[in-house]
Design a protein. Sequence first.
Lengths: 437, 476
Amino acid sequence: MNTYEPIIGLEIHVELATKSKMFCGCKNDPFFASDPNIYTCPVCLGMPGGLPVPNKKAVEWCILLGLALNCRIAPESKFDRKNYFYPDLPKGYQITQYDQPFATLGKLGNIRIRRVHMEEDTGKLIHATVDGKRVSLIDFNRSGVPLVEIVTEPDFRTVEEVDSFLKKLQQIIRYLAISGADMEKGSMRLEPSISLRRVGDTKLPDYRVEIKNINSFRFVKKTLEAEIERQQNPKERYQATRRYDEKTGTTLLMRAKEEAEDYRYFPEPDIPPMRFEKKYVGKLKSTLPELPDAKKDRFIKTYNLNEQDSILLVETKVFADYFEECIKVTPKIGLVNEISAKKIANWLINKRPDIETVLPVQFIEEIRNAVTVVELSSEEITGAINSVIETKKQAVEDYRNGKEQALMFLLGQVIKELKGKGDKQIIIELLRKELKK
Amino acid sequence: MKLNTLTLAQAIEKLKKKEISLSELYSDIQLAMEKNKDLNVYLKVDEDAVKKAHKKENEMLAGVPIAVKDNFLTVGLPTTAASNVLKGFMPPYESTVTKKIQDAGGVVIGKTNMDAWAHGSSTETSDFGLTKNPRDPKRLPGGSSGGSAAAVAANMCIAAIGSETAGSIRQPAAWCGVVGLKPTYGRISRTGVVAMGSSLDCPGPMGKTVEDCALLLNVIAGKDIYDATTADIPVPDFTKNLKKGAKGMRIGICYMNYPGIVGTPMAEAVTRAGKIFESLGAVVDQVSLSMSVSDHFKSNTIIAPNYAIGVYTIVQRAEVSSNLARYDGIRYGNDRSFLGEEAKRRIMLGTFALSKGYADKYYLRAQQIRSLYIQNFRELFKQYDLLISLSSPGVALPIGASAESPMFGELQDLLLEPSSLAGLPGISVPCFRDPSAETDLYLGLNIMANHWQEEKMLQAAYAFEQNTEWNSWIKK
């Protein structure tokens, strides 16, 4: 009896892969740091007198992502302070964006994007035992790493929709080359909000459960399914923050919220407001790479591929680029008629060559070699040979009398007969054999 | 002649000409420090200052000793902002201002006392004891840069650095009878300055003369890549046109009809100052005062400063409540139980003003009124080159005065708050000494200019200083 449907909205955080942090010159590389607290300075440590200077690249990338998600870019924007205490937040406030996010009102598929804004990451708390004492350690390598927050409208009705949206978003982010968007590493973090609503109702439910700590793509569906199941019990439908527990595969209560926390937002006085001229946004837009969907459509149209193959080809930008590189080199080695785009696509999808080591031209040769053998049976070749032997009697006789050049003439005739298909070596071999008869 | 009484310009010149030696200069400064120990001017003196100075003999500032307010981070000298929370804090990096001074050949001779966290206008709220006014030790030096003003007044340095949010340079300069300059917001870097009201904070020079302030401003002004609020605007040589006089300048006298000022000897002093400017060839008139913010668009009317108190109090407290959040004692300094009364009051008020349901009523409303003040000045500067007023409603008050009102600072800085909210530059020069008092009590004349017009402001201030008798360091 399924009289309730899930209403799901997402909040996604993505760490940008800029060289330096969001508001200081420290290296942005929290995952590969050899030691804790090596990429720190007065700004990201919240020392007295340290002032934030925004990373232009990060701002640009955030806007670029907004554009890729079909958002409207704010002509005027600013940073704000979100005030709260936590030991991993050295300034006692997070620099984020409150009422003027860089990008709003976007769309990805059927899902509406409410906003895309820029903020900074916090440090990392590590609870450990040192010299027999339970202690909390703070690593500030991650403090001040540029973080983009993407908020969707509560437009998801199924778990599958969430899964495919996330995959598509991850794909776009990777196409833009602005982040690894890796959930396992934490460079992409998901906080879904779920509530249940009676089917047919149009108003949003008066509660929502926010879930944190989903540390892997594998857990997304599981978590949501478990939470939907849990909320089937009407008593469980109240405002709360829960976290995913890997061991039990369920969500556990973190806190039940009476009302929204008061973060006392106000404009960040250390950073002047920003203005984004139409010209600037237009210029940025022109740098957007062709995104997966557009590329897929183009592949279908230009190369006469089917939808499924195209989807597989555009999975990553490097793979799609490799495909087109292959197409480009094919005529250069004189094989435009022998090897079609469709064939290259099939081979790429099935063989998955190591595109880092195998050059496109090498891959095409590989296809050619295999294709010729596979495609022409020796009967077909022999048939063609025999028909040439039949008609070019003079040349056959010349050859049999020891004129080697006659063989090349006959080979040419056979190839012509075979319409250019077939491996030369094989044809020569068979030709000699037949001529000996 | 005591070398510590030299002005910055004189000291540099004499050192360069080898007429005096750094050792003599520093030893006279040392004597003044010992003599004035009771004033409690310095929180920390650099024992190696003279050694450092000798290495800088050939540089622009020739190794002269500069006193620096204790909210500027200085490597090797503890920086506390006069709060127990930061007691013993050794900064890991140097503030841009002190770095520029050192790069130009100056020496930070010591760190001066101030109101804790710069919260105040008396230097009474320092966690390390109050500073006394060298002109009259029974009185306050003003604040929050009271230590720096007193250091200059008592010749315990050659010049000094202070910082101002609204009045914290000019009001103590006025009370101690020295010159203090607050630049345009964004003219001088705040990097390495313990933040108070971030949208208002301005470091600035304090000196014996207008020329000294111009010299120091040359050194410390300019865009800083570590402070996004500094402007990429060319820094002129502020001494270049200094002596060109005030002829032809259009000067408006402000706040003369404001209750508490109208008809007082203080108002008379400003009127006299206007007359002096007139005699120097300036065109002077009185700007009408309006008690209504809705008159902000009139170019011959200035809005009364009383609304600015509310605006300033809310904006500054809001920023304070956020800026002091980092002092949690987890990584450095002491925990929050070490905060003094005034800091706690400001944190509470700021937190309240930003709270949900109240932010619209207080913080946003304050920002709206702030923009009306900004528009008002924009209009006024269409008609005037400079505006003048008092730097503080009165002379230095007796010790203990600040305890009488939690709004003490706001009342002392009343006449400066509107222009500070607008980010305008101003300079306080001595404009009157009260002859009825037994001791030297000064009034300061506040000369304000439009954004980035410090040059014009300094020019007028210099002309005034040269043509009046109030500055004891100027030999006429």
